[in-house]
Design a protein around this ligand. Sequence first.
Ligand SMILES: [Zn+2]
Length: 184
Amino acid sequence: MVEGFSGKAQRTYVLTTIMKVKVNISNFTMCSSSGKEGDNVRTPKPVKSVSEDLLEVAVSFHGHLGPFLALGLKAGLYAVEVLGKEPFETKAVVRTEPRPPRSCFVDGVQITTGCTMGKGNIALKDGEGLSILISRREKRLLLKVKADVLRAAEEVTSKNMERIALSILERSAQDLFEIEEATE
Ligand SMILES: [Zn+2]
């Protein structure tokens, strides 16, 4: 995951990253709670629709928590909600600039849908914006990342990257994507 790291150093790096993410989740949810003054000691609410366990798997697979990984997780979770999870029956095509940071999206989709490079049922193609077409049998789902969301994701800095990623995880699919569903 991180070049030049090996063995123990690599494991320590990943564990530290996960711990950092956990701390950030607590901070973020505490800060974002809209309670009145004097009301700020409360249990952090869990990140909507993305469990800490899933986030841990995603960060250890991908290597860091960024906005495009978060968008991929949200797209994949929504696709599973609509199409069900059947990793051998589902196909996904992601269209965007085929390089990081945008291509980080693909890792979030792989983890959540089970469409993987290894099985050959996910493809990354050069295209405008950032969209994913997922199909299972006769059903198709097209998700396009909204222009303002894409712009915000592109503009992150190393300082606010995790905070922006966590804020993406809190938003609804309808808020993040233009959604089209079709049955052939
Ligand atoms: Zn990334």
